[in-house]
Write a protein that binds this ligand. Structure first.
Ligand SMILES: [Zn+2]
Length: 294
């Protein structure tokens, strides 16, 4: 599932292509992806507008046009790629026979999982592909964007100035839930998902089941300090691809080999050699080192 580094990588990729391009029309093959508007509303509102900018808050991508903006949650398997008809397409996405996931790289022609196509006046397009269809799209007039429930409900984004030790400490002290569960709560800190919450707790040497309100000041500071470097290093590697995530050009991210614990349950801790634990915490699979994390 795309988390902050993956969404940021997509944002940066689309930033190369979208601003200034004009929307000619929109094809919606799966209207249930649109949460607060109809396909007709979306088409009527955006056609003729140019893209102005791309922003991001937590895991939400914000596609800003002249008068309206789209908020896009990629869900589990959402892929947002830019397509240029001047460039050759590779084969269609190949569906893996066991996992149902595709394994090609590079630019693709739309296929049966491509549910939204925003066509541009110059012939290029923005394609949204989503095998599991858990993605969510929202349309807002630009003036209503900041007050939208999707953005308003989010806690501090680690790359914005309201991400402070004081804010994080206050939010974590207010809950007795497991710290792993609290870090996944987007109203406490936005952008972390299962991968980076596990990585942050390993770097901070905190066991994921610890009640958040039991953490000492020093432990809270370790968590606070671990978040940004871990996310930044994944952004530098263009995100983590296990299966579906692709950047705006259709390429895989390269951060998997940098992960210390996530996806490594049963393997040896890279720090101490102990076998890594893997168990469900708050319904999410978590991996940690029983020796390094307390
Ligand atoms: Zn260890």
């Amino acid at each position: 599932m795309p988390e902050l580094p993956e969404v940021e990588t997509i944002r940066r990729g689309l930033l190369k292509y979208l601003p200034g391009r004009k929307i000619a029309g929109i094809e919606i093959k799966c209207p249930k992806l649109l949460i607060n508007c109809s396909a007709a509303d979306l088409e009527r509102s955006l056609s003729g507008q140019s893209y102005a900018d791309l922003d991001r808050l937590g895991k939400i991508l914000i596609i800003k046009c002249e008068r309206h903006s789209l908020l896009v949650r990629l869900g589990m398997t959402g892929q947002l790629t830019f397509r240029d008809p001047e460039l050759p397409d590779h084969n269609e996405f190949k569906i893996h026979p066991v996992t149902g996931l595709q394994r090609n790289e590079s630019q693709y022609s739309p296929d049966k999982h491509t549910h939204i196509i925003i066509a541009h006046e110059d012939g290029t397009s923005l394609c949204y592909r989503d095998i599991r269809k858990f993605g969510r799209w929202y349309l807002y007039a630009n003036g209503d964007l900041d007050a939208s429930p999707e953005l308003k409900s989010l806690g501090p984004d680690p790359f914005r100035c309201d991400y402070t030790l004081e804010n994080l400490r206050e939010a974590l002290r207010r809950t007795s839930r497991a710290v792993k569960t609290a870090l996944l709560d987007q109203s406490i800190i936005c952008g972390l998902g299962n991968i980076y919450a596990d990585e942050v707790l390993f770097a901070a040497k905190i066991q994921p089941l610890r009640p958040a309100d039991s953490l000492s000041d020093e432990e809270l500071e370790r968590i606070y300090s671990a978040v940004k470097p871990i996310l930044q290093s994944s952004i530098d590697n263009r995100g983590t691809t296990f299966s579906d995530y692709r950047d705006a050009d259709g390429n895989k991210g390269e951060n998997v080999s940098s992960l210390k614990v996530y996806g490594r349950g049963g393997k040896n801790c890279l720090h101490c050699g102990e076998t890594l634990n893997k168990a469900s915490v708050g319904g999410r699979t978590s991996t940690w080192c029983p020796k390094c994390q307390h």
